[in-house]
Design a binder for this molecule. Structure first.
Ligand SMILES: [Zn+2]
Length: 93
């Protein structure tokens, strides 16, 4: 894995919330496309996530129910033009 290169490219900050080592937050190198789906161990397929967002992403991606729930929530947010909710769903999906 290219953990160090990914961290460096993303300035040691979570790509979602921008928090990082400076805030005392643990960061992880995440596969954007999971290995199970043919994602490669390349810098381009990596992103820096804080512990919280790394956990959230794993949790919701792992379960089909979780994923479907967020797709529905996103549609609902679009209908209501709820930008905050849309942004949150986009971050998870
Ligand atoms: Zn984060």
């Amino acid at each position: 894995m290219f953990t160090k290169e990914i961290f460096k490219r993303d300035n040691f900050r979570c790509v979602i919330c921008g928090r990082g080592k400076a805030e005392g937050i643990d960061i992880h190198a995440d596969h954007i496309k999971p290995k199970e789906f043919g994602g490669k161990a390349e810098i381009e397929n990596g992103q820096t996530l804080c512990a919280q967002h790394n956990f959230q992403k794993k949790y919701y991606k792992q379960t089909e129910t979780g994923k479907r729930m967020f797709i529905r929530l996103f549609d609902l947010a679009k209908k209501n033009n709820d930008k905050d909710l849309m942004k949150f769903c986009e971050e998870v999906l």
